[in-house]
Design a protein around this ligand. Structure first.
Ligand SMILES: *Cc1c(COP(=O)(O)O)cnc(C)c1O
Length: 335
């Protein structure tokens, strides 16, 4: 079982008119920093404020009308996508999340009519609860990243980017469970095998990065982060997103909380855009010289904008930011 360009083309038909065709725009400031054209794929403009609607819609589209409903675990945005897609088809949806998921994300999911279960303190706890529910109540599991329909749905982003700009040299992809990076890499490399696809994630608790280094899926300790969407394990029984990321990613780069904060400030002050910490790691990687771009423009996917507005205010006004039991010391924006 794997995911091919044909699966991604089929996914594009399944999501057309609802979760596709987001803007793809240049950032003059980032282009100056990178010394070459730098483009932003704005998944913040999705109806749920994040790209995960693509995979969720493709997975839900594959279900029968008399399906008993769906369950998933989520760091917030996948649950929102599943809730939206299930509601459109009149299906029951149960979203399992840990206590690390910000309240703003939990509320967004409830507002779409899904049932919410808060369990434990890690994405792994939420994953166990989702699997238990599927067993107990006959619901159908939609993994946030280790599902071929979800990976194909996320891959439509790579298709749109390569079709708009066949000259792209490097694509920087925010990386957590790897469904997005796997789908984008399959699509982009099918169109141009030369294009480089680089995963970017936060320094602390980067499960896919640690797994690729170890040569097999491993568990990591989860930490509070500005990039809360990138938290969580990849599952020790990972079947798809791990091998695809291991085989297709040209590199995996890590960024610190300081660097993520600065990238959120850059996007806000220079491009006048609001995005989550997990969505700006591609900008952070370039701002801190962590990727050597070669041959052609660089693009990154600004993956979502579903952040707590109190945290966002602290970030852009340069105040201290509380991350779990740690404090990221305040720092005002300076280009
Ligand atoms: C889920 C998510 C990611 C990472 O996607 P994976 O498929 O888990 O690697 C990145 N950014 C945001 C905003 C997300 O919600």
């Amino acid at each position: 079982m794997s995911v091919t360009l044909a699966d991604i083309l089929a996914a594009r038909s399944a999501i057309r008119g609802v979760a596709d065709a987001t803007p793809f725009v240049p950032s003059p400031f980032m282009s100056a920093q990178a010394g070459r054209e730098f483009l932003l794929k704005l998944e913040t403009m999705q109806p749920i404020g994040a790209f995960k609607l693509r995979g969720a819609m493709n997975a839900v589209a594959a279900l029968d009308d008399d399906a008993p409903g769906v369950a998933c675990c989520s760091t917030g945005n996948h649950g929102r996508g599943v809730a939206f897609a299930a509601a459109r088809r009149g299906l029951r949806a149960v979203v399992c999340m840990s206590r690390l998921v910000p309240e703003a994300k939990v509320e967004g999911i409830r507002a779409l009519g899904a049932e919410v279960r808060i369990v434990g303190t890690s994405q792994d706890d939420a994953m166990a609860e989702s699997l238990r529910l599927c067993e107990a109540e006959g619901l159908l599991e939609i993994s946030p990243f280790d599902d071929p329909r979800v990976i194909a749905g996320q891959g439509t982003i790579g298709l749109e980017m390569m079709e708009a700009r066949p000259d792209l040299g490097t694509i920087l992809v925010p990386l957590s469970g790897g469904g997005l990076a796997a789908g984008v890499a399959v699509a982009a490399k099918a169109i141009n095998p030369q294009v480089r696809v680089i995963g970017v994630t936060m320094e602390r608790g980067a499960a896919m990065a640690a797994s690729i280094r170890a040569g097999q899926p491993v568990e990591v300790t989860e930490h509070a982060s500005l990039a809360d969407s990138l938290g969580g394990g990849i599952g020790l029984a990972n079947r798809l997103s791990y091998p695809l990321c291991r085989d297709l990613l040209d590199d995996v780069v890590l960024v610190t909380e300081e660097e993520i904060r600065h990238a959120m400030q850059v996007l806000y002050f220079e491009d006048r855009m609001v995005a989550e910490g997990g969505a700006v790691v591609g900008l952070a990687a370039v701002l801190y010289g962590k990727v050597q771009a070669a041959g052609g423009p660089i693009a990154t996917i600004v993956t979502g904008r579903n952040l707590d507005m109190d945290v966002f205010t602290q970030v852009v006004t340069g105040q201290d930011v509380t991350l779990g039991d740690q404090t990221l010391k305040g720092r005002a924006y300076a280009a």
